[in-house]
Write a protein that binds this ligand. Structure first.
Ligand code: GLY
Length: 362
């Protein structure tokens, strides 16, 4: 029998159900799950399915023989705009969605972030469900309610915390994700394991996503327990700090301050998000050891794990052609955090936020 995992998270004022299963859900299954978690909607709300050009066939599989309308956006970060939000809102109105209507986003993180933000605005907030189709989306974006779009060249400048009521993660969708994108998502899986202190467990042995058909077991099915652990850890962390106020949720930024600076210094699009985050985790370990926060043996174990999965950990990264741009990107990150440069560094069993300015002053 195929692996399946189910969780329920209480995120702020909403409940999110998550199902990791082999196949894509039908629209009826999505409606039932979303409406059960909703606030007094009718049993079968009108729905709009939103996808991008890469996920249209999966979205059609969700719709099946029903006449549920489909809104198809362009693929990629360039479509993460207020223009796409407008397109979704118009499609929802044309489809006759009321306040109890349901927007179902079928796609990766860019698509679910965009459609999630549209759902947060439509009639002051309609029901929302995700069918997450990439590893990056499953391991991170689909859980926790961060929605939004880029604006004026700034990533996620406009957005809202708006968790989906129901999230589906069909393993079958991963079969068509390019291996470089799988590796990108896998960095978030590793990051979460480091936060949870379970990166040394044998979950990582032989459970590499995409390694197909060992003794008749689909590589993604073998990988499902590790994905489930990732989803559960992130969901529980977000339950404790849904809007990133107490510092708990900020731990999910492990590797991201260095990683974002690298992404920008390498030229946007040259590296995947996960390649940059993995490199950032190696830098966070170095910083942690220097500050006396990360025990040296753990830093070595994490570096070995990153290398085992083929991530670049050398410093400086060979893709940094412009050191000034790297430093400027760090400063831009500082601006976003009220002038403080905050890093997440591993501890003995998890990680902690450190304020680099305060540490320098000590
Ligand atoms: N991607 C980090 C978070 O969900 O908080």
């Amino acid at each position: 029998m195929s692996a399946s995992y189910h969780y329920t998270f209480n995120i702020g004022f909403k409940e999110t159900s998550v199902s990791i299963e082999q196949d894509v859900p039908s629209i009826e299954t999505v409606k039932t799950a979303a409406v059960l978690r909703g606030t007094g909607s009718s049993a079968k709300p009108a729905a709009l399915v939103v996808c991008d050009t890469n996920t249209a066939s999966l979205a059609k599989a969700v719709i099946g023989k029903t006449d549920t309308p489909l809104c198809v956006l362009e693929t990629g970060e360039k479509a993460k705009t207020l223009g796409s939000v407008t397109t979704i809102i118009l499609a929802a109105r044309n489809a006759g969605l009321g306040r109890d209507g349901l927007i179902v986003a079928v796609g990766g993180g860019v698509l679910t972030d965009t459609a999630g933000f549209a759902a947060s605005c439509y009639m002051r907030g309609c029901a929302l469900a995700f069918v997450s189709t990439t590893l990056l989306g499953m391991a991170d974006a689909a859980i926790g309610g961060k929605t939004g779009v880029d604006f004026d060249g700034v990533k996620n400048l406009a957005g809202a915390f708006y968790p989906a009521q129901a999230v589906f993660m069909p393993l079958v969708a991963l079969r068509t994700v390019p291996s470089r994108e799988i590796k990108s998502g896998f960095a978030e899986v590793l990051k979460t394991a480091i936060l949870g202190g379970y990166e040394h467990e044998d979950l990582f042995d032989g459970a590499l996503p995409g390694v197909g058909d060992i003794d008749g077991v689909d590589g993604y099915e073998a990988f499902a327990p590790l994905l489930a652990r990732t989803v559960e850890y992130k969901g529980r962390l977000v339950e404790e700090d849904p809007e990133e106020r107490s510092g708990k949720r900020a731990l999910l930024n492990l590797g991201h301050t260095f990683g974002h600076a690298l992404e920008s210094a390498a030229g946007l699009g040259a590296l995947t998000h996960g390649e940059a985050v993995a490199w950032g985790i190696a830098r966070a370990c170095e910083l942690g050891v220097r500050l006396g926060v990360t025990p040296e043996p753990r830093a070595q174990r994490i570096a070995a794990l990153l290398e085992r999965f083929g991530y670049e950990t050398r410093n400086p990264h060979p893709a940094i052609t412009d050191v000034v741009r790297y430093q400027e990107a760090m400063q831009a990150d500082k601006k976003k955090r009220s002038g403080r440069l905050v890093f997440v560094v591993p501890t003995g069993e998890s990680a902690v936020c450190v304020d680099a300015d305060e540490k320098q002053a000590e």
